[in-house]
Design a binder for this molecule. Structure first.
Ligand SMILES: *Cc1c(COP(=O)(O)O)cnc(C)c1O
Length: 422
């Protein structure tokens, strides 16, 4: 799957005549089909909802497509809340899973009717103050299982070293306090993985949360109404990796649900996710053109995109498959570093990668860039971020974000003021 591209070479060449490289291209049909498959896998639960993590692909056109497929959103900032609202997603379809949150953002989330998911026990009083003395009817808490949960990886770290969530003791006190303050509906959240491909990890996470729901009911008489399993479902960036089998995950969670939730009179318990990466990741591409080649101690191909457009390889050493349009079937007889124009040596989309012989002018497709791609872009070195295109189901292409201009870059500077500045 990870070397598939939805346009033929000729289609891509003619698209580039309208929209010069570099750009992101998202495949609407594939995103919709994927979302339907995701929903179908969890259809055995009485209440299920995916809240797309806006940070993965913060474009309201994409959010609208996902809303049309039944998704809500997971937001963690004011801008993400505004994007959700713009796409028509409001109320309890929004999970507000934030941390170190300013009071003004809690207020806006509350006005949107979002479910506020709190990151610390001290945030109960903070939220109450922000909302003029009254807590919302519904609240959720983020649980940090600490060393109880084995795992973690280089992106999120070990739970006991992660800044997120409440400890076990705090979780009980938090629900008790909120109940006494009149909160009526409760959710329980955790997220302890990022880009995890082992399906058992997620069944295990549900198991921890289900046990906690039972304990909370027995100890405090509070019936948790939904569990939010967070995000963290990985995607196969490498051809030899296997996608997480969601049917397997769902049926594993269902077994635990029948064993622990049903007999404890906790059903119907909502099963929520807030995934970003597995929803859009594989269906977005960064398209760039080879504009330089140099032959020194290594062979380099310089492209017109940079780490400012896609920082994952530079930041985490993340692997993204790269194909050369029109050369998909040619032998991979060369070894290149594929580099961008930033004055940082980590600005490499690929390091010592076997690829077909690349000529200047060739179009390179960087795969699996549909999540945490354009979203993580930045302007260091005066780089202007590229735009975003959407391949519609009827195969027309629309620009859903234009590329940045110099005026955008200078918009926050008073350039005229400099003339008279002494
Ligand atoms: C980043 C994040 C997500 C989404 O993670 P993916 O790996 O994109 O699925 C969900 N919830 C929270 C709280 C996050 O921080």
């Amino acid at each position: 799957m990870s070397t598939y591209f939805p346009l033929s070479h000729d289609e891509l060449v003619s698209l580039i005549k309208r929209f010069p490289t570099p750009f992101y291209l998202y495949d609407e049909k594939a995103i919709r089909e994927n979302m339907r498959a995701f929903t179908k896998s969890f259809s055995m639960f009485p209440i299920f909802r995916e809240h797309f993590a806006v940070k993965a692909l913060p474009n309201p056109y994409i959010l609208k497509i996902l809303a049309d497929e039944g998704c809500g959103t997971d937001c963690s900032s004011l801008a993400e809340l505004v994007l959700s609202k713009t796409a028509g997603i409001t109320g309890e379809r929004i999970m507000f899973t934030s941390n170190e949150t300013p009071a003004s953002e809690y207020q806006y989330a509350f006005e949107c009717g979002a479910i506020i998911n709190m990151d610390d026990i001290s945030h109960i009083d903070f939220l109450k103050n922000a909302l003029s003395g009254k807590l919302p009817d519904t609240l959720c808490f983020r649980y940090n299982p600490g060393a109880l949960k084995k795992g973690g990886n280089e992106i999120i770290g070990k739970p006991e070293e992660a800044k997120y969530g409440l400890t076990r003791e705090q979780i009980f006190s938090a629900y008790e306090k909120c109940k006494s303050e009149g909160v009526k509906h409760f959710g329980l959240h955790t997220m302890v993985a990022s880009n995890e491909l082992n399906p058992d990890f997620f069944i295990d996470t549900a198991d921890i949360l289900f046990d906690l729901c039972v304990e909370i009911k027995n100890l405090l008489g509070i019936k948790i109404e939904f569990v939010d399993l967070g995000g963290g479902i990985g995607i196969p960036y490498k051809v030899e990796q296997k996608a997480v089998d969601l049917d397997y995950v769902a049926s594993g969670i269902k077994k635990l649900y029948d064993k622990k939730i049903v007999p404890n009179d906790l059903s119907p318990l909502g099963i929520y996710w807030e995934c970003g990466r597995p929803i859009t990741g594989p269906y977005g591409y960064l398209v760039a053109r080879a504009i330089h080649e140099k032959h020194i101690w290594r062979e380099y191909i310089g492209v017109d995109a940079s780490m400012a457009d896609l920082m994952r390889p530079g930041m985490y050493g993340a692997y993204h498959e790269i194909t050369v349009s029109g050369k998909e079937h040619m032998p991979k007889e060369c070894v290149y570093d594929i580099v961008g124009s930033l004055c940082e040596n980590c600005d490499k989309f690929a390091v010592q990668r076997k690829l077909p012989k690349i000529s200047i002018g060739d179009i390179l497709i960087i795969h699996d860039a549909g999540a945490h791609g354009r979203a993580m872009g930045f302007n260091y070195n005066g780089k202007l971020r590229c735009g975003e295109l959407l391949l519609r189901e009827d195969r027309s292409v629309v620009e859903i974000r234009r590329r940045e201009t110099l005026d955008d870059y200078f918009a926050t500077l008073n350039m005229e003021g400099v003339q008279s500045f002494r």
